[in-house]
Every structure is written in structure tokens, then in C-alpha cells.
Design a protein around this ligand. Structure first.
Ligand code: SAM
Length: 298
């Protein structure tokens, strides 16, 4: 197709034609490598049965690939300067809807309802790196019917999503991602695959949503409060991290008993605990009715 993007010349041509000025604050680094684009589409396993949500279509490079593979593509772009460009680069595709909005403000479950009858959507995107975590957490924690998320992120963030205890990259994001999904690293992508080149390495990661969570937490919200409290004060012991958290109000004795119930040392740090152990700790509190007591103001 004449308008097909994905190579540097075509991208430069479009950018010059519209005198488009890249906005750093929107994390604008456009993909210019057809091999990487192919890899992303293949890893996402997009078929004509699928409705894909693309976050940040830019000038429409990946959107064209998605439109060819998917039944429907809904693309949400914050930068209104890109809308006239998208109207040109996507004019040959009848199955694409462009929405000019901030993805963090969009009601995504409503989009899934409107464009896919409430069935699970696939999210595929070269994400704006400055809001990777809120986007991923919003997708998992909101009521979004979701099949999988296949996204380009900063390499270091992809690593964080995959690791377990014992790694310096292990943190609240690792635990949240692994509670909701199975992470799979698709490819590492160097800066020269983008215009302009980002100052960091990138990676494509696929997160396939679990049908059932891998651990049984009676109260997942409490488990995530424990996780946040542990990693907000990474250098402190788990005991102190939980005692100091404004989100929790267990007594020191209750916390010590909870840690002991897992057979852990009183001086253990939160970063040493696995997802299973965080679930067990939160279940200790719920099963001893301690959370209930706290929520009543006890
Ligand atoms: N998909 C294009 C590509 O691969 O070439 C562009 C990817 S670029 C890394 C990120 C895109 O997200 C930009 O087009 C940027 O304007 C857009 N963006 C940034 N913040 C956004 C937000 N809050 N909501 C929606 N889009 C956003």
C-alpha cells in the first residue's frame, strides 16, 4: 500500500509534510523497523476475530500493521497534532477508530463494551514510557476485559516485570504483573529502531492475563497494600515497613505474629518475599480478622 509506514524514509516524509514537532513530554519515539513491527504483531497473535486497543498510535505506523491483522482497532492518542496525520495514514483502513484523548482518563471498559461487545480485548502498543506503570496497573486493576497486553517498554521495566525475589529489579510492579499475568519477553529493541532515538534500551513484553490468579489471596487489595508498604521502604525490615505504612494499621505485635506465622525471621526484608508469601501474609491477617478490626477503626 502506498501509505505504508514502518520505514525511515516514509516516516521522515510524513513528519516533514506536516512539519510535525516531536514532543518529549509525550514520550514520542516512533518505530521505524518493519522487523520489530512484525514481531510485535506476531507475538500479540492478533487475528481478524480480535479487537485491539492501541495506546499512542503516533503517526499510525503500528496501527497500519494492526489494522491489517485485526478485526477492529481502537487507537487512543493524546496529541491533537497527530490527528490530521493519522487521518491521512489510516484513510485506507475502514476498521480503525481514532480517539483523541489521554489514555489515563479514558473509560476503557466502556470502549471494550462499545467496540467489542464487552469481550476481552488485546492491548498492543509502543507505550509512552513516562506512564508505563499507571497504564499497566490501570488495565489490570480496572474492570477491563483483557486477553493480553503486548507492549514496547523500557528494557529495565520489562526486566522488572519478570523477576522474582533476589533481584535488585524485584518490586511492586513485578508482583502486580505476576499476580495478574504471565510475562514473556518477546525481544530486546535497540534505540536505532526509533525516530528520535530514545536514551534507553527497549523491550517488547507480552503479558497474558491469567484465567485464575496463581495465588489465592482472600483480599487482594490488602495484599497489594502490604506489597506497597514493603517496597516503599525497601531498605527497612518488613516489620518496620508495614508498621510505618499510612495504608495499614496493624499493631507491631500483630505484624510480628504474621511474619512468624510464615516461618520467617523477624528481620526479613519485604524484598525477600515471594508472591505466595505476600498472599499467605495477607491471608494471616484476614483469617485472624485483623483487617476487619482495622477497618472498623480498631
Ligand atoms: N505507536 C507509535 C509508534 O510505534 O511509532 C508511537 C509510539 S510513541 C512511543 C508513544 C505515543 O503515545 C505517542 O504518539 C504519544 O503522543 C502518545 N501518548 C503519550 N501520552 C499519552 C496518553 N496519556 N494517552 C494517549 N497517548 C499518549
Amino acid at each position: 500500500m502506498d501509505n505504508k509506514l514502518g520505514n525511515p524514509q516514509k516516516t521522515i516524509e510524513i513528519i516533514q509534510k506536516y512539519q510535525f514537532a516531536f514532543q518529549k513530554r509525550f514520550g514520542q519515539n516512533f518505530l521505524i523497523d518493519p522487523h520489530v513491527l512484525d514481531k510485535i504483531i506476531r507475538a500479540a497473535e492478533v487475528t481478524k476475530e480480535d479487537c485491539v486497543l492501541e495506546i499512542g498510535p503516533g503517526i499510525g505506523t503500528m496501527t497500519q500493521y494492526l489494522a491489517e491483522a485485526a478485526g477492529r482497532v481502537v487507537a487512543v492518542e493524546i496529541d491533537s497534532n497527530l490527528i490530521p496525520i493519522l487521518n491521512e495514514t489510516l484513510k485506507d483502513y475502514q476498521n480503525v477508530t481514532i480517539i483523541n484523548d489521554d489514555i489515563l482518563k479514558v473509560d476503557i471498559p466502556r470502549l471494550a463494551q462499545e467496540y467489542n461487545g464487552g469481550r476481552p480485548v488485546k492491548v498492543v502498543a509502543n507505550l509512552p514510557y513516562y506512564i508505563t506503570t499507571p497504564i499497566i496497573m490501570g488495565l489490570f486493576e480496572g474492570e477491563v476485559p483483557l486477553d493480553s497486553i503486548t507492549v514496547m517498554v523500557q528494557k529495565e521495566v520489562a526486566d522488572r516485570m519478570k523477576v522474582g525475589p533476589g533481584s535488585k529489579d524485584y518490586g511492586a510492579l513485578s508482583l502486580a504483573v505476576q499476580y495478574y499475568a504471565q510475562p514473556y519477553l518477546v525481544a530486546n529493541v535497540p534505540p536505532n529502531c526509533f525516530i528520535p532515538r530514545p536514551g534507553v534500551g527497549s523491550a517488547v513484553i507480552r503479558l497474558t492475563r491469567h484465567k485464575e490468579p496463581p495465588v489465592q489471596a482472600d483480599d487482594p487489595k490488602l495484599m497489594f497494600r502490604l506489597i506497597r508498604a514493603s517496597f516503599n521502604q525497601r531498605r527497612k525490615t518488613l516489620q518496620n515497613g508495614l508498621s510505618n505504612s499510612p495504608e495499614l494499621s496493624f499493631t507491631k505485635e500483630q505484624i510480628a505474629a504474621g511474619i512468624e506465622s510464615l516461618g520467617l525471621s523477624p528481620s526479613v526484608r519485604g524484598e525477600a518475599l515471594s508472591l505466595e508469601q505476600f498472599a499467605a501474609l495477607s491471608n494471616y491477617f484476614t483469617r485472624n480478622n485483623l483487617q476487619l478490626q482495622m477497618e472498623r477503626g480498631g
